[in-house]
Design a protein around this ligand. Structure first.
Ligand SMILES: Nc1ncnc2c1ncn2[C@@H]1O[C@H](COP(=O)(O)OP(=O)(O)OP(=O)(O)O)[C@@H](O)[C@H]1O
Ligand SMILES: [Mg+2]
Length: 252
């Protein structure tokens, strides 16, 4: 099943074209790592998928439903608001900055969106939230406030919070790049576990070891384009494009 299908998407900020025709398909259960230099458009691409940014050209389909496509006049048309929101809810997103609510406890952070957005009953969501916290190893922090947590713990709460909405797809934008090196491992472990449970994942990362070991496919982006994509073995051991080679030489 095709979870994400984007075709030739373009995005400009004023005169700066940041995405210059990105096409990508992601199948159910795939873990796709997106790597590339700073400013190449990786975050913008993820943000376009869940409508945090709007595209100028191209099409976006999520699980076979059209989120954005050209209308009869060629201009991009988004699905009606209600439907677009429902489509975007299929995707959970974890950012570099965890964006937890500081005035809510860990448990309250996790149950907030299901309560408010989905109208799930508190007694139904609390056990699920506790199970998710157990899974990311933070059940004992259930009643703590985010200010009392380490960066790695905050990020694991952010992962549990995204999962509480029961997404079919998880989008990660450099989830470990704001963390001290000794805290990245615990977050990568939580992500690896998700991958093992066959969650469909799109992960922007500079953790090359993670991409190599966990990703089913690696996509190299540079200057708003996908330069090449392949299995981790193909991209890391025998990159075809000189720009990929140069980037990896710099990273490793
Ligand atoms: N809201 C915005 N307004 C104007 N320009 C933007 C905006 N967001 C991003 N850009 C520009 O778009 C380009 C791509 O940015 P983006 O954040 O997508 O890159 P990135 O690949 O995620 O980089 P990094 O690895 O540093 O996170 C950059 O030149 C950036 O300055
Ligand atoms: Mg970015």
């Amino acid at each position: 099943m095709q979870m994400i299908k984007v075709n030739d998407i373009h995005k400009s900020f004023h005169k700066l074209e940041v995405l210059k025709g990105i096409s990508l398909e992601v199948q159910k259960g795939e873990v796709v790592a997106i790597i590339g230099p700073s400013g190449s458009g990786k975050s913008t691409f993820l943000r376009c998928l869940n409508r945090l940014e709007t595209i100028d050209r191209g099409t976006i389909e999520i699980e076979g439903e059209v989120l954005a496509a050209p209308g009869p006049d060629g201009k991009i048309c988004y699905a009606p608001e209600e439907q677009a929101r429902r489509i975007c809810r299929k995707m959970g997103m974890v950012f570099q900055q965890f964006n937890l609510f500081p005035h809510l406890t860990v448990l309250e952070n996790v149950i907030e969106a299901p309560l408010v957005v989905k109208g799930v009953k508190r007694e139904d969501i609390v056990p699920e939230a506790e199970e998710l916290l157990r899974k990311v190893g933070l059940l004992d922090k259930r009643d703590s406030y985010p200010s009392r947590l380490s960066g790695g713990q905050k990020q694991r709460v952010a992962i549990a919070r995204a999962l509480a909405m029961k997404p079919d797809i998880m989008l990660f934008d450099e989830p470990t790049s704001a963390l001290d090196p000794e805290l990245t491992g615990e977050v990568l472990r939580a992500m690896r576990q998700l991958a093992e449970e066959h969650m469909t994942m799109l992960v922007v990362t500079h953790e090359m070891a993670f991409a190599r070991e966990v990703a089913s496919r690696v996509v190299f982006m540079d200057k708003g384009e996908i330069i090449e994509a392949g299995t981790p073995a193909e991209i890391f051991s025998r990159p075809a494009h000189p720009r990929t080679q140069a980037f990896l030489n710099n990273m490793l």
